[in-house]
Design a protein around this ligand. Structure first.
Ligand SMILES: Nc1ncnc2c1ncn2[C@@H]1O[C@H](COP(=O)(O)OP(=O)(O)OP(=O)(O)O)[C@@H](O)[C@H]1O
Length: 278
């Protein structure tokens, strides 16, 4: 369980980035953390990892305060930062071995399997593999770590198209029920069919937090040639009008468009938890 209680954080005095934020995440969920540039997604992941300290309020992860950096907490949490600096001279295998030594539940067999699935070289120096290959290596390490809390910052940035769909498959296949993944991303299409819950942060608060199942039970995402009078939100595009309406009785749920949902929430046309026009 991840619990934020009245958590505030600021890089600069009198300019709070998070202001008395309350938020709760149960075990076994894949969370998509969305927000505009500068909304604070990476900062939130760093706070959860204990790399930054809240100015006030509290963060608790499975009973630990991240910033206390207790060894028992650290061996059960892994963060994949957006920018990663790896030791260029180390070989892939040596790097895996050194990281694995921090994580008692590291699953070496799973790691080998994922290296194969991601088509990663086995014996190269880290300095000789591409940005995307490094990213895949780190994703595989995170999934093999056995940690209960996985914090992934823009994991699909730099992945080619086949690797993005592999990412979704590999995460789904390798996640245990007691693990929680928080994925911060702008690449909403990459996580649309992966996440259980969509969370949007803006202006220092969680402004939307909803299970994907609840979203598809409440809202219909459609495309029409003319504006839909019932739409709570619509956007004109090349193909017509992409819109969101309340899912009326007898209507089949649709595929969620996270991008449309995000724009609707940011434009204050759609709220959590209850639809405004239901
Ligand atoms: N080390 C720092 N010192 C001061 N300000 C910072 C620092 N790191 C981030 N910020 C500021 O905090 C705000 C949130 O940054 P953060 O990187 O957490 O946002 P983000 O949502 O991850 O953005 P993006 O989507 O662009 O990656 C931004 O205004 C940023 O300029």
């Amino acid at each position: 369980m991840i619990l934020l209680t009245q958590m505030s954080f600021a890089y600069q005095k009198n300019k709070p980035l998070f202001d008395q934020m309350d938020w709760q995440v149960g075990s076994g969920q894949v969370i998509g953390l969305l927000g505009k540039n500068g909304a604070g997604k990476s900062t939130l992941l760093r706070l959860l990892a204990g790399l930054l300290k809240p100015k006030s309020g509290d963060i608790s992860i499975h009973g630990y305060r991240p910033f206390d950096r207790s060894p028992l907490f650290l061996q059960d949490m892994i963060i994949l930062p957006e920018e990663n600096y790896l030791p260029d001279k180390s070989s892939i295998q040596r790097y895996i071995k050194s990281i694995a030594s921090f994580y008692p539940e590291f699953d070496h067999a799973k790691m080998v399997r994922m290296q194969e699935e991601f088509d990663l070289p086995k014996d190269q120096k880290l300095g000789n593999i591409s940005f995307g290959q490094r990213k895949k290596l780190l994703i595989a390490i995170a999934l093999a770590s056995g940690c209960k809390t996985l914090l992934l910052d823009e994991p699909t940035n730099g992945l080619d198209i086949p690797s993005k769909s592999l990412f979704r498959k590999i995460v789904t296949a390798n996640l245990r029920d007691d693990q929680t993944i928080i994925i911060s991303t702008h690449q909403v299409k990459d996580v649309e069919n992966l996440i259980d819950r969509a969370v949007i942060v803006n202006d220092g608060k969680v402004i939307f937090d909803e299970d994907m199942l609840a979203i598809s039970d409440q809202w219909y995402f459609g495309l029409s040639s003319l504006p839909d009078a019932e739409a709570v939100y619509s956007e004109k595009s090349m193909g017509g009008y992409h819109y969101i309406t309340a899912l009326g009785p007898g209507k089949q749920p649709s595929q969620i468009s996270l991008e449309l949902l995000f724009n609707a929430v940011i434009n204050k046309q759609l709220h959590s938890p209850q639809p405004q026009n239901a």
